[in-house]
Design a protein around this ligand. Structure first.
Ligand code: DC
Length: 256
């Protein structure tokens, strides 16, 4: 256990990547851009462990719901600090299952209620500070890994070996999220549409840890270790192949 985050191994080390080599890959992007699919595939391919930081923010939002703190109206400083101290005192274990204070909340963090609240909780600076520290501790303990979220390549681990940013059209992202939730990919599903786009707006507009906008993305793209991929019409296999090609080009690993 590191701080308040317990770190459960997700993948075993493969022959290519050995512990101690410290390869760290960040994947950032909005909901439905294909982050989790890519992170899991890359982790398997490279024998690296994977951290879904969105699950940590979701667990924090669930905790707020469980304690009945009212954050439905604009957050006040009081509710902000109440939430921050609640989160500070909890343990979050993110592995194949997600445990909040030892209780399995893997399914409970994917409900509509959590969807509607999580961006607000993730916008509280003290909550971000806390969870960013836990994410850095996870990276240190695992000596790298594949870490996915919104601010991994920009805030949590700006020195990552490879920083991947995924983008995709709103329509495709909404359809993917609806499919994930077992709903028909009908764009008139206003709950999914409004929820996802509304969360994106909050995630992109907050003063700390915001998802880079298009202008910032173009600047980031100039860096040698940055890869921006538009997954709108790409399959998961194509996206993985693009990232693997970049890893080979950068000679981050000997062979795959
Ligand atoms: O990736 P996801 O949809 O499960 O993320 C859930 C929420 O957490 C979403 O509103 C963005 C936020 N988040 C964040 O602010 N920073 C991260 N590193 C990861 C997720």
């Amino acid at each position: 256990m590191v701080g308040n985050i317990e770190v459960a191994p997700q993948c075993t080390w493969g022959t290519v990547k050995m512990p101690g080599d410290g390869l760290l890959i960040s994947i950032d992007g909005p909901a439905g851009s294909g982050k989790s699919t890519l992170a899991i595939a890359l982790g398997k391919r490279l024998g690296l462990e994977v951290l879904d930081t969105g699950a940590m923010y979701r667990a924090a939002a669930l905790l707020v719901l469980q304690h009945g703190i009212d954050v439905t109206s604009d957050m006040t400083d009081t509710s902000d600090s109440q939430v921050a101290s609640l989160v500070h005192g909890c343990s979050i274990e993110v592995g194949p299952r997600v445990l909040l204070d030892g209780v399995d909340v893997t399914d409970a963090i994917r409900t509509h209620q959590v969807d509607m609240l999580v961006s607000r909780v993730a916008a509280i600076p003290a909550v971000r500070e806390d969870l960013v520290a836990r994410q850095r501790a996870w990276i240190a303990v695992h000596d790298g890994g594949v870490v996915e979220g919104r601010d991994i390549g920009t805030v949590v681990a700006p020195d990552a070996d490879l920083k991947v940013f995924l983008v995709a059209s709103d329509e495709v992202r909404i359809a993917r999220r609806a499919a994930e939730r077992g709903m028909p990919a009908d764009l008139s599903l206003s709950g999914v549409v409004q929820g996802l786009l509304g969360r994106d707006r909050i995630d992109s507009a907050r003063p700390v840890g915001a998802l880079p906008d298009a202008v910032r993305m173009r600047t980031l793209e100039q860096e040698d270790n940055v890869l921006v991929i538009d997954s709108t019409s790409a399959t998961a296999v194509t996206v993985l192949d693009t990232v693997m090609a970049k890893i080979k080009e950068m000679r981050l690993i000997d062979a795959v």
